[in-house]
Design a protein around this ligand. Structure first.
Ligand code: SAM
Length: 269
């Protein structure tokens, strides 16, 4: 008896890509070359996987859903340049998937329900990726691409600051819900992130600082620091404190926030 195609599992954020032009846009943006090594998170039914493998490029795919991996094994496992890892990307260490000194391109139609923790996981190993081309909810794309200037500050937050500090980001294309099966309730977008060659001292402390500040984004920064991060306030010079008078976290650019972090570490920017 013919096995039915596995149905879409909501809990794994399964919305399968069905528009060929979007696959073309993603592959074109990634500038695939024969020597590339691709990491694909969530190959699903293999729409992107198949297109990448057609060009004989090495691909490691990580998929959580065993029903889907059994199908993918049957379809692609004869190919020597295809490696399928079964499991939850959030519980894996990158060293289980990638070789230390090799550079990779990450391509994925990300499961939307885990896009934020996945973003933080990706940034922990960002220098190993020469490019990161991902499909995310349009709303997340807008937040990731907001650099703090202009309008709609409600979209400017922790993700924006961290993304702007660490990556060059470009919008590749908008993707309507009709390009997926099942169609999600929201629109999507493909964006590309290229890691900047930047090292942030005490990077985790910078993320914490930004997170704590944006937890009180509408409060005046100095009074919020006084209450929530007095240890930072103590390290700031009088001239910086003067500049921050009557300022709210959402009025600071990513560069301003990084400067505050560096000053709190006694480092001149
Ligand atoms: N790449 C396929 C496509 O474009 O049609 C599927 C994309 S679908 C939005 C997300 C895929 O990620 C699904 O196949 C889902 O099972 C898989 N997935 C969800 N959570 C995952 C996780 N934690 N680790 C690995 N794969 C995951």
């Amino acid at each position: 008896m013919k096995k039915n195609k596995p149905f879409a599992r909501k809990r794994f954020g399964q919305n399968f890509l069905i528009c060929d032009y979007v696959i073309d846009e993603i592959l074109h943006a990634a500038h695939l070359k024969p020597a590339d090594h691709i990491i694909e998170i969530g190959p699903g039914r293999g729409a992107l996987t198949q297109a990448i493998l057609k060009s004989d490029i090495s691909l490691t795919a990580i998929e959580i859903d065993r029903d889907l991996t059994s199908d993918l094994k049957i379809r692609f496992l004869g190919l020597v340049h295809f490696n399928l890892v079964e499991g939850d990307i959030l519980k894996m260490d990158w060293s289980e998937i990638m070789e230390v000194h090799r550079s990779y391109k990450l391509i994925a139609n990300l499961p939307y329900n885990i896009s934020t923790p996945l973003f933080f996981k990706i940034i922990s190993s960002r220098q190993q990726f020469s490019s990161i081309t991902i499909m995310v909810q349009k709303e997340v794309a807008i937040r990731l691409m907001h650099n703090g200037s202009g309008k709609n500050l409600k979209n400017y937050g922790i993700l924006s600051v961290i993304a702007d500090t660490l990556f060059e980001i470009n919008l590749i294309c908008d993707v309507p819900a009709t390009c997926f099966n099942p169609a999600p309730k929201v629109a999507s977008a493909v964006i590309q992130l290229i890691p900047k060659k930047i090292t942030i001292p005490e990077e985790t402390a910078f993320f914490t600082l930004v997170k704590k500040m944006f937890n009180h984004r509408r409060k005046l920064l100095l009074s919020s620091l006084r209450k929530n991060q007095p240890e930072i306030l103590k390290k700031l010079s009088l001239s910086t404190m003067k500049k921050l008078e009557n300022i709210r976290p959402e009025n600071l650019s990513p560069t301003d926030l990084l400067e505050i972090h560096l000053e709190s570490l006694n480092i001149q920017s």
